[in-house]
Design a protein. Structure first.
Length: 184
């Protein structure tokens, strides 16, 4: 729905202006059709959709770091930026990376939705070819194999990143300590 909404925004707002709100002067004016092309609508729709999920993933990752880590870094005299960059984010990355990788793979698969805007993506290219030669199923299988190959490559790199940021963390010892804590 967002893709179609952004693609047809000119029906609602034919002219887009940027300026001072509440009656102030317009600093820039432009035609909505000229400013929001099909590619722009696709990028805007997919970006806004994914941004909402990513913001929650990052918030949850930062919130997963124990407050004692922040307190210890502040006790050592680190400023807020240093604490975030050197202490909190490296620990949060272990929690942030798995769902972020899943979101990237999901967005790759979601790019097939931009074919409704007549943008030449993988699925749209397959549709153009099979409309000419009527080989629908073989071309859809080829497109599926391309999506499979791309998701496999992304999964490989996601696993490498997760291993990199998961160094020094043994999930087995955490599971054992959680089991001991629940038995008490």
């Amino acid at each position: 729905m967002q893709l179609i909404f952004w693609y047809n925004i000119a029906a609602l707002y034919p002219v887009i202006s940027v300026g001072i709100p509440f009656g102030g002067p317009a600093l820039a004016l432009g035609s909505a059709n000229a400013l929001i092309t099909p590619l722009g609508a696709a990028l805007l729709g997919l970006s806004l959709n994914e941004a909402a999920y990513m913001a929650e993933i990052i918030r949850g990752g930062i919130g997963s770091v124990d407050k004692g880590q922040y307190d210890a870094a502040r006790a050592l005299g680190m400023n807020g930026y240093g604490v975030m960059r050197r202490i909190i984010l490296p620990q949060a990355m272990r929690v942030i990376l798995p769902p972020t990788g899943n979101q990237v793979i999901s967005m790759l698969k979601g790019t097939s939705l931009v074919s409704v805007l007549a943008i030449s993506d993988l699925l749209y290219s397959a549709q153009i070819i099979y409309s000419a030669n009527y080989q629908t199923i073989p071309l859809l299988i080829v497109a599926s194999l391309w999506y499979l190959a791309l998701t496999t490559i992304l999964t490989f790199f996601q696993t490498k990143l997760e291993n990199r940021y998961g160094r020094g963390f043994d999930s087995r010892s955490t599971k054992r300590s959680q089991q001991k804590g629940s038995a008490r």
